[in-house]
Ligand binder design. Sequence first.
Ligand SMILES: Nc1nc2c(c(=O)[nH]1)N[C@H]1C(S)=C(S)[C@@H](COP(=O)(O)O)O[C@H]1N2
Ligand SMILES: [Mo]
Length: 387
Amino acid sequence: MAHPSGLGQEKDRLPAANELIAGKDKRLVVHNGKVGEVETPLELLREHPLTPKELMFVRNNQVPAGAMSLEPAPPDDWKIEIAGLVSRQVTLPISELAKLPQEEVELVLQCSGNGRSRFSKFAKADGAQWRHGAMANIKFKGVKLRTVLDHLRINPALKAKYVAAEGSDAPATEGSADFEHSLPLSDVLERSFLALALGGESIPKVHGGPVRLVTPGYYATMNVKWLTRLRFEEQESSNHHHAGRYRTPLKPIPPGSKFATTLANSEPNWNIRIKSVVFSPMEGEGISAGKTVVGGVAWNDGSAKIEAVEVSVDGGRSWLRSELKPGPSLYAWHHWQLAIELMPGKRTILSRAVDSMGRCQPMDGSIFWNPAGYGWNGVDSVTAMVS
Ligand SMILES: Nc1nc2c(c(=O)[nH]1)N[C@H]1C(S)=C(S)[C@@H](COP(=O)(O)O)O[C@H]1N2
Ligand SMILES: [Mo]
């Protein structure tokens, strides 16, 4: 019941996405109305081969003042520090970056918590109960870090094995750890770039503008927004967000059990696990009996080609190979579809992707269960009503 003053109501009500983040589509699902955890419903996600910025999911652990907006960030006097184990430490004005050769990559930006709610079939995992909409298929454009280092004639020291990335955002509560992540130097030199544009425009504030570290094939958490410093280091960061969170156990643990991550017993949410999602039909959708085209998307970390997406309508006893349309890059969504015959009744459609390294999605998604629900990639399953 509404409080007579209306105050109680205001307090409990989550803001709509467009109230929380200026410019966002109001149909997005708000999971966290404070710092900003906003999901794209699947029926909106599936409409666009490239996710428009208004529909992109948002995940902030912490956020700089004034950044809850789709407005472009004024780059003006932004600087990036290159620090730690390098032949020369520099502070690079962003204006220098714009002069260097740019590359554009279409890729899947996916929170490592995407699909977390699926773990609850076994034991509920902590955190926002994301369905499949904590992802987007987008184009980032910028300068490869390798190019920047070469241009500045900077060499990482032989001892350097990791690069820790920091943003301008400060912890949401005083005294807590500042958000940062370490990435392996070899991958960074091969793939990472300092992104200045998203979908051909300056990166919106909320998505990390004016400059974001982007590593194609890595989970979104590693794509540090509002980039201000890169530290070349011998060790992986012991920072709370990198060592105590955003990691999965090296060995399976029983669903529902406790697990405290350390640098030694777990791996960071770096490379995206192979995954497919059914876009059509949608869960609970009513469809007519006879021939139906089922379809969706598949993606992995881009290190191997996706060979096939298979579909089962008999609970996984038999699988049919779908028609696969590879994306414009190895890191992008690959669309798949298949015409199938469905008998009337409640029908469950399963999808699984397999790549040329033999990696595939587990039928039993609980083998990757972890308390924080990272890295869900179980066989996807959608139940439709056929009549
Ligand atoms: N600086 C900074 N970068 C960050 C975060 C953050 O809190 N601070 N959150 C990370 C997480 S967990 C995710 S899933 C993505 C979300 O990217 P998006 O908000 O642009 O969709 O940003 C990542 N980069
Ligand atoms: Mo995330």
